[in-house]
Ligand binder design. Sequence first.
Ligand code: FRU
Length: 494
Amino acid sequence: MLSQTLRDARKYEEEMERKIAKEDRPDFHLSSRVGWMNDPNGFSYYKGEYHMFYQYHPYDSHWGPMHWGHAVSKDLLHWEYLPVAMAPDADFDRDGCFSGSALVLPDGRHLLMYTGVSKETQPDGNMKDIQTQCLAIGDGMDYDKYGSNPVLTKSDLPEGSSKFDFRDPKIWQKSDGSYRCVVGNCTMEEDGRIILFSSPDGFHWKYEKILANNNGRYGKMWECPDFFELDGKGVLITSPQDMLPQGFEYHNGHGTLCLTGDYDDKTDTFTEEQNQAIDYGIDFYAPQTILTPDGRRIMIGWMQNWDTCNLHAPGQPWFGQMSLPRELSVHNGRLYQKPIRELEKLRGEEVRHENVIFTDVIKLAGVEGRKVDMELTVRAVDPEDVYRKFAVRFAQNDVYRTSVSFRPHESIVKVDRKFSGSRRAIIHQRRCLVNSRGGELKMRVILDKFSVEVFVNDGEYVLSATMYTDLAADGISFYADGKVNMDVVKYELI
Ligand code: FRU
């Protein structure tokens, strides 16, 4: 039986969606049907389609009581909205259905595992969120919350764990048919850790071990974990809160972290070897992955950041979009990301300019637009006299521009949206230290109206940022300080 709360939300979103013009949304990035969106949830393949749920507050363009929005897609680029799947309507989730994941049960039912939030008065008189892990079972459209919820509570946590920060279960099935899930947690001192639980059937869960400990290294609480094996490595991804910067690798505030290492499947033991940020831009958080039927590991993140997302104008009909789906691989312990190959099917006419040598600002015939897939290769004309700076500027007119620049002497790539029309004192620039040899660098720049995603050196580094620049600003230009030789291959995305 669907609750009144859920039926009200379904009616509301259906009516309000009609008021939002398609032109005002990104074309191939999933955006909130109406109101607010944050983390991707329940990313799964079910009954021949990809399902994406998301943290959702339909009634406002700011965060509020969390529902699970829902959409489906055949190619991960064109999404169709389905009715909101869950509302905070039960005792154990009355203050929010927080993030979680999904899988398909052997009997064909769709299982969602998520965090139920309910406020409880503490002995000191303060009200605090209590977080537990809950289940819902459905058919791809309607979901019933499990009768024995919650399935994991504070009593399942190891000693020293915070019962207030225990959230975002990510479930998977192992080859022996049993289930595992990782959940974000922290110690009483707010030091992040990832807890592993196991289940024979997806319904009865028990504590296994602490899969990874922060030990004070990367921020505090670790949110939205995901764990998988890829290219012979164990890969743990998580989104730490309250990070301090470390060189150019990690920046202040909410960030992303990928740990790669050795994984022993028999004992579920993960031994960390390397660490890195997942995205070096401004807007990327809480990514979640899926294993596609053809064996690809695909990741989608929330293309926003908690530190900057709450300053948009009130009354906006929707806020929040997902990143491009990214195909993951691991080389020498490093996580690489490439735009999903299905994107190439959206490519229109090709515009190609090779060996363009320039020393100042140039524009190139046929290179413009706000829905663009553009591959750039830049190199020094004279290896003895490497240029000082290269930049590509886009979403540009006389007033506005957003840019990605590269300084070969420092090996720094920077995304800069200072002139995108933002009227807020938020982060507008972010830098990333990249590998480049003698000034040679490859970049693939994807624009979808209100965002840019830059894949450097075939996905060795990625920088994502949103920009809300007027769509009339659709110019693209190139800038060189020194002598640059550049190849450009550009496609309009249709
Ligand atoms: C991460 C997060 C999750 C939580 C959700 C609430 O962005 O804070 O930890 O489940 O958002 O909306």
